[in-house]
Design a protein around this ligand. Structure first.
Ligand code: NDP
Ligand code: ENO
Length: 428
């Protein structure tokens, strides 16, 4: 069948945040009866978008059908609508973990249907221009891949071609472990009953990024983070290694093993931040980091921090043989910020030594670091057990604690993301 972008009909099943973002940029969209009326109103003025009452009606008329539902329900939803797919159509998914999505397609779609999946590596409020967009030619001709590429070209994203397996391995590094670190920071702050920026110890620079990103994650939907961690086989091992690195380093800190701590952290640093990179520009700089503070204390008053979360991610990358710069092409904004603050610490020897000495000499951080260690292990267990409900429970309990602060953090966080993203593109 001769398909051209102009006469193609595109259907989206799952009109949540990402589905709506796609629909606004693309064509036809479909939804289920309970949301039908409100979506019809919401999209009434959007030219070229038709809201249908369910996924059957979307599937039977669309040339490209995109499932944009929670990763945890993909099998159920494809089982529901897959058989209604138009003969010869192409199907894809926008879920964050491809193993269950592609398995659902193989299991439930008729054999004449081709499969080209995708994944926008950013949230629904980030401008897709220049951000990575993964394309997976799973069961499709080159012509069909081109057709999908053409449809999605209006996003202006950078196309990255991967298999489903490669996608899951890379996003376990870039997304799942990054989220585990920020989730653990929020858990530790909540356990110690502190809004960190109201506390003299948590101000300026790196701390701004930690706080803003943590609040950003907790103000989002739990299922996005649960799905991409629990359903991704590679993520469990990596999150476990992060928790082990946190625990090992914490034990060295409370044991007063300065030399061993320094040796281990510096060896890890040398394997991640290879010699020769000293002259390169840092992803993040002081003036950018300092601009987005929820606290009103100036930088000079910011006392040193042990930065256990950052020391541990470098130890974790080193233990897993991960060179994070290799993943830049397939990175999310949060990952680039996370790498940016880590690099900021590790490429400044004075700052790194100060953090390591603080970790040994200054007991002010012990209770925070203890709670952080508990939290990293608890999130790792939660992901390993694969229990969505306990993940949800943990996430929502902590989100509730920070909820009164979401509005101010969102305003500042959005500005911070925008400014920092301009400086940390996936080209770096
Ligand atoms: N948010 C993000 O930052 C990103 C998310 N993703 C991925 O995109 C996917 C969607 O995420 P997001 O949009 O944020 O989440 P949302 O919760 O906003 O959207 C999911 C949507 O799927 C709908 N849905 C569930 N079951 C059905 C069904 N049987 N028929 C029709 N619709 C159904 C839900 O409807 P209802 O609410 O009525 O149940 C909901 O509107 C996820 O897999 C996520 O991992 C990818 C990149 C970024
Ligand atoms: O940047 C991040 O890691 C986010 O938290 C936003 C996000 C969430 C899920 C995705 O599949 C892609 C991006």
């Amino acid at each position: 069948m001769g398909r051209t972008k102009e006469d193609a009909s595109i259907g989206i099943i799952g009109m949540g945040d990402m589905g709506k973002m796609y629909a606004q940029r693309l064509s036809d969209a479909g939804w289920r009866p309970e949301n039908f009326e409100s979506l019809k109103q919401e999209f009434a003025s959007q030219k070229g978008v038709t809201i249908f009452p369910n996924g059957h009606l979307v599937s039977r008329i669309s040339d490209y059908i995109l499932y944009s539902v929670e990763a945890g329900v993909i099998d159920k939803v494809v089982a529901q609508y897959g058989l209604s797919t138009k003969v010869g159509a192409i199907v894809g998914g926008q879920t964050s973990c491809k193993a269950p999505e592609l398995a659902a397609f193989e299991k439930h779609l008729p054999s004449d249907v081709e499969i080209v999946s995708c994944h926008s590596l950013h949230g629904p409020k980030v401008n897709p221009q220049g951000q990575p967009l993964v394309l997976i030619q799973h069961r499709a001709s080159d012509e069909s891949l081109k057709f999908v590429e053409n449809i999605l070209s209006s996003f202006g994203s950078k196309h990255v071609y991967l298999t489903g397996e490669m996608h899951d391995r890379i996003t376990a590094d870039t997304q799942a472990v990054t989220h585990a670190a920020f989730l653990s920071m929020g858990t530790a702050w909540q356990a110690n009953n502190q809004f960190p920026w109201e506390h003299g110890r948590w101000v300026g620079g790196i701390e701004n990024v930690k706080i803003n990103i943590t609040l950003r994650i907790y103000s989002n939907k739990w299922h996005v983070y649960a799905g991409l961690a629990i359903l991704n086989p590679a993520a469990k091992q990596q999150i476990r290694q992060y928790a082990e690195s946190v625990t090992d380093l914490y034990k060295l800190m409370i044991g007063g093993q300065r030399e061993e701590l320094k040796r281990r952290v510096k060896a890890a640093g040398a394997s991640v931040f290879r010699p020769g990179s000293e002259g390169q520009d840092l992803l993040l700089k002081d003036e950018v980091l300092d601009r987005f503070s929820l606290s009103n204390r100036p930088r000079e008053k910011a006392p040193p921090n042990s930065h256990l979360s950052l020391l541990a991610i470098v130890d974790c990358w080193s233990k897993l043989g991960i060179v994070p710069y290799d993943h830049m092409i397939c990175s999310t904004p949060l990952f680039r910020l996370w790498l940016g603050v880590t690099e900021y610490l590790f490429r400044n020897q004075d700052l790194l030594d100060e953090a390591l000495d603080t970790a040994i000499d200054d007991s002010t951080f012990r209770s925070d670091d203890l709670e952080f260690t508990f939290a990293a292990r608890a999130w790792s267990d939660c992901v390993s057990f694969g229990d969505f409900e306990s993940y949800r429970h943990r996430f929502e309990r902590i989100a509730e604690y920070f909820a009164p602060r979401f509005p101010e953090a969102a305003t500042l966080g959005n500005e911070m993301m925008k400014t920092i993203l301009e400086k940390t593109t996936s080209n770096n």
